[in-house]
Design a binder for this molecule. Structure first.
Ligand SMILES: N[C@@H](CCC(=O)N[C@@H](CS)C(=O)NCC(=O)O)C(=O)O
Length: 237
């Protein structure tokens, strides 16, 4: 355990794009955490203990923080929305390094990053969420069609918004929270929904650059402890 870090516990599922935002940010800041898998396919997020004690909205991720020290406590801080958790990490560990330009010194850049984050996390991801996609499938769409169509609208807007700001990443050459949230949505689109992102050259370039970064490479879905390949390997050993 790194000295002077809170004890962190992440409720997570390997296939979750919202949880992936947290894996990336935690790796980027060099923070250690315990992971408690919640299998959405087995409806573990609907169990009464999880709903009553962890997430009334029945989602992952949830970040549990012990504010009193480095061991689990009886009255932890429970962060039930990924954006709340990401912003808390920024406030608690601003120098580890930061994913957000400061409002005081860089208001234009900060506003741009927050807009990009919200475009992906508030306008696009909720419509591609599992419970919504299952409803779309029940109405005749395939998962791939549904997610690709929703993401196409979001990626088109993002592409236009970063046309002038992008360098190596979405806003210049520094990784920001916008990249964290973009990466998770693109990974879902190209992975689970088999979508091509060739129509979005700037996003494609940013995604390729992010993939090379160790924090993003460590946050690959198949590397999560509850990912099927890991489970299979564990079962064999
Ligand atoms: N706004 C929430 C969304 C969380 C969310 O939608 N999580 C998905 C996995 S990416 C989930 O748990 N879905 C459960 C379901 O659809 O029933 C956040 O950012 O944390």
């Amino acid at each position: 355990m790194i000295a002077q870090q809170h004890h962190l516990t992440l409720y997570s599922m390997w296939a979750s794009s919202c949880a992936q935002r947290l894996w990336i940010a935690l790796h980027y800041k060099g923070l250690e955490y315990d992971l408690i898998p919640v299998d959405l396919v087995k409806d573990e997020h609907l169990g009464s203990a999880y709903v009553e004690n962890i997430s009334a909205h029945k989602t992952v991720p949830v970040l549990k923080v012990d504010l009193t020290g480095s061991s689990p406590s009886d009255s932890p801080l429970i962060l039930r929305q990924s954006l709340t958790a990401l912003h808390w990490l920024e406030d608690a560990y601003p120098a580890r390094p930061s994913l957000l330009p400061a409002w005081q010194t860089d208001p234009l850049k900060r506003a741009h990053v927050e807009d990009l984050v919200n475009l992906m996390a508030v306008d696009i991801q909720p419509v591609t969420n599992r419970r919504v996609a299952l409803r779309a499938e029940a109405m005749g769409a395939t998962y791939e069609q549904w997610v690709s169509e929703i993401c196409a609208g979001g990626f088109d807007s993002y592409e236009r918004l970063v046309a002038k700001s992008a360098g190596k990443y979405s806003v210049g050459d520094e990784i920001t929270l916008a990249d964290v949230v973009l990466y998770a949505q693109v990974d879902l689109a190209v992975g689970a929904a088999k979508m091509s992102i060739d129509a979005y050259p700037t996003i494609s370039r940013i995604f390729d650059n992010l993939k090379q970064h160790p924090s993003f490479a460590q946050a690959e879905k198949r590397k999560q402890p509850d990912a099927p390949a890991q489970r299979a390997a564990a079962a064999k050993s």
